[in-house]
Design a protein around this ligand. Structure first.
Ligand code: GLN
Ligand code: ZN
Length: 756
């Protein structure tokens, strides 16, 4: 007899309510503490999490969700997939792990990439023919036993075998990591056996890869793997978690598999619930109905969640309440916020609140709604307040959107623009520029900290930033760059800076979310209609332009990136929200133009990030993404030159969208991937200015001029001299002047030597 699961969450934040893990990691890496100190902090964090979740009243507490860096890396280490170059370093287990995560002097780290369509990044395991899987790390078992000593029975969580291999990359060409699935499954079997012997009744295997398109072969692999795992005699009950979308055909495969439970995301695609009802094989399984959004921060409409869960009763052996995915993607606790907009605060739910929502719904489902009536009433009131709030619906913004015409997102012919821009800017062939930010020096950071702490006033802070702009302009003139920037010293972050100035956004003090390793971000909260009360960047750009005769490029963040790096309202389509942000940026672009700025760059590094996991949903996304960029950049004269910057050069499915953005100049990362991308752009008819990065700013290395000249000559094979721009591959914010200055001088020299 399988035990019940009951109310649960699929995972939990792990960086610590006050980013304790971040501090402990960084102190350990800096040699200021020893391994035992770090392990002690970690132990306290996971114990507090287990205890907290059990005390909050969850029926089943997820365990093994802690990670020193990344849970995909943990999985690789658990099953012994450590590439030889790290094993050979001869370090202890923890330092080998960190070598894979961060590299050492001797070896670079594993590649890092985005975890599905979230802002979390994982380390990409390398799997080759000689990878030999075996159970080498037993943290999952140890944690189970530790938790039991504390009186908590956890449900160990692991990345599932299929997802693990689908996320891996082959360590050599023509190898498919999935070829190793049978061998990896052996190792999972061994772990399940050990968990069973330790007393674990449930284990959770996460298979988010099923939310993306999967081939019939991959579905076969899924079927075989779960049949094997299910057929094991001595094992915990298996809960397979599918999140970040509808599992598609995998739902039927898993329903037919000899496993005991399925956790489904009913938030991303509410229609998944209908498919559950129509899937017969679930009748004898436990179903964790993921009705509480694990990825966004809005307080749930508990009545609606309850109805959704209740319709599933009868479709599965047990129906219980859960989150749509792990809570890793939301901050810890709304109650930790002391300065949050008081009207917005009651509308929010972070991890602690979401756990309570799950518990409340669980009780309602089991014992009837009456027993949680007070909680339901409170939730109803908060939801209703948000719906009614004037700040959520701004009629001026809505009227303006309604009156937009198609031509508002169209610029004049590129040929005409090009001529007008040439006349206005008089740039040489192969013009040189940078991507926007210059190094954020200690002085700049100190000034910002002093302003925050109240040690200097706003006027003093402003003056320091203006001085910094002067320095940056003088330096660029001295180097001989053609299109200058003000250097962005006044910006803490390219999204937050704008969010702080726009109506419709709120900021948190402690709303940290892990991005990777010890790195956290604090996404702004986009809660209402977006309006720009006043110009945001004009003063800085105009100040910079007054200091030089060269054109200064205004610098803005595009609508898609503003959305991608914020928590976004869930009460209207993203496309509508993007158009509102676009209008605010459009006004800023026009104001910059009116202030004498002739070049404006609108950065969209996140364009590819929001791409839906399923191919069939991509065209609709790309349509609004492109449209919002064009809306933001079309309100100006033909002579004003629009640039955009994308932080990558592998465009894949977004390549046509890049053409459709209709920017006059597009800068991309290409320094690391050579210049091949230019040929891809030609193939889709891209005929605008393009600045393939010739200097990799992600490394402290200073490339010499020969190297960059060679890259430019390679670029000239694909792009004529009158459309080729010369620039680094991203902003210089994270670098230091001793690297940046010589690199930019070499870059400028390389451009001069290459010019026809
Ligand atoms: N303009 C920004 C900068 O230079 C662009 C940052 C980015 O590409 N992510 O910092
Ligand atoms: Zn970039």
């Amino acid at each position: 007899m399988t035990s019940k699961i009951g109310s649960t969450v699929l995972g939990h934040p792990r960086i610590g309510p006050n980013r304790e893990l971040k501090r402990a990691l960084e102190s350990y890496w800096a040699g200021r503490s020893v391994e035992a100190d770090l392990r002690e902090v970690a132990r306290r964090l996971w114990e507090d999490t287990w205890r907290g979740l059990a005390e909050a009243g969850l029926d089943s507490v997820p365990g093994n969700t802690f990670s020193y860096y990344d849970h995909v890396l943990d999985t690789a280490v658990t099953f012994g997939a450590v590439p030889r170059r790290y094993a050979e370093l001869g370090l202890g287990a923890l330092d080998t792990y960190f070598a894979m995560a961060r590299g050492t002097e001797a070896v670079p780290p594993l590649e890092m990439t985005k975890w599905f369509d979230t802002n979390y990044h994982y380390l990409v395991p390398e799997i080759g023919p000689d990878t030999s899987f075996s159970l080498t790390d037993r943290t999952a078992v140890e944690q189970f036993l530790q938790a039991r000593e504390l009186g908590v029975e956890i449900r160990p969580v692991l990345v599932g075998p299929l997802t693990f291999l689908l996320l891996s990359k082959p360590s050599e060409e023509d190898f498919d990591p999935l070829d190793k699935l049978a061998e990896l499954t052996d190792a999972y079997e061994q772990l399940l056996g050990e968990l069973h012997r330790a007393g674990a009744r449930w284990v959770q295997l996460d298979e988010p890869a099923l939310a993306a398109d999967r081939t019939p072969q991959e579905l076969d692999a899924l079927r075989n793997t779960y049949r094997r795992l299910g057929d094991l005699a001595e094992r915990p009950a298996i809960l397979t978690a599918c999140y970040f979308g509808d599992p598609g055909d995998a739902l039927g495969v898993l329903a037919a598999a000899p496993i005991e439970g399925l956790a489904l995301d009913l938030v991303t695609e509410p229609s998944t619930a209908d498919r559950v009802v129509a899937t017969p094989g679930l009748r004898d399984k436990a179903l964790v109905a993921g009705v509480i959004d694990g990825r966004n921060i809005w307080r749930a409409d508990l009545d609606r969640c309850m109805t959704a869960a209740a319709t599933l009763l009868g479709s599965a052996g047990e129906v219980s309440i859960g989150t749509s995915c792990s809570l890793l993607h939301v901050p810890y606790d709304v109650d930790a916020e002391t300065n949050l907009d008081p009207q917005v605060k009651p509308w929010l739910s972070f991890a602690a609140q979401k756990v309570r929502e799950v518990v409340t719904l669980g009780r309602a489902l089991r014992e009837g709604r009456e027993v949680v009536e007070p909680e339901l009433i409170e939730a109803r009131a908060a939801v209703a307040d948000r719906v009614r709030a004037e700040r959520v619906r701004d009629n001026r913004v809505r009227a303006r959107l309604d009156s937009l015409r198609p031509q508002d997102s169209r610029r004049t012919d590129y040929a005409k623009r090009r001529e007008a821009q040439q006349k206005s800017l008089r740039l040489p062939p192969l013009p040189t520029t940078t991507i926007g930010s210059f190094p954020q020096t200690t002085d700049v950071r100190k000034a910002r900290a002093a302003l925050r702490a109240g040690r200097i006033d706003a006027a003093t802070y402003r003056q320091r930033m203006r001085d910094e702009v002067e320095r940056v302009i003088a330096l660029q003139e001295d180097i001989g760059l053609d299109v200058l920037v003000h250097g962005e010293p006044e910006r803490n972050d390219m999204v937050q800076y704008f969010a702080e100035q726009l109506d419709g956004f709120a900021a948190t003090d402690n709303g940290w979310v892990q991005s990777y390793g010890s790195r956290c971000v604090r996404p702004p909260i986009l809660f209402g209609d977006v309006r720009r009360p006043e110009p945001m960047t004009v003063e800085w750009a105009a100040h910079a332009q007054r200091l030089t005769d060269k054109p200064v490029k205004g610098m803005l963040t595009g609508p898609v990136t503003m959305l991608a790096w914020s928590f976004v309202r869930d009460d209207q389509p993203q496309a509508d929200t993007a158009r509102q942000v676009a209008l605010a940026i459009r006004d800023e672009v026009r104001d910059l133009e009116a202030a004498g700025i002739r070049v404006v760059q609108v950065d969209e590094p996140a364009l590819r990030e929001l791409l839906p996991l399923r191919a069939e949903q991509r065209p609709a996304y790309l349509e609004w993404a492109v449209e919002s960029f064009r809306l933001a950049t079309s309100g100006i004269a033909e002579a004003t030159q629009i640039h955009t910057h994308l932080c990558y050069s592998e465009f894949g499915d977004v390549i046509d969208a890049i053409v459709a953005l209709d920017a006059d100049v597009t800068s991309i990362e290409a320094a690391r991937s050579r210049m091949e991308v230019l040929a891809d752009l030609n193939e889709v008819g891209f005929d605008r200015g393009v600045g393939p990065g010739v200097y990799d700013i992600h490394s402290p290395r200073v490339p010499d001029e020969e190297e960059m000249e060679e890259l430019l000559r390679a670029a000239l094979k694909a792009v004529p001299a009158d459309r080729l721009w010369v620039n680094p591959d991203c902003g210089l914010k994270t670098r230091d002047y001793p690297q940046v200055e010589p690199a930019l001088r070499n870059m400028t020299d390389a451009a001069h030597r290459t010019r026809p």
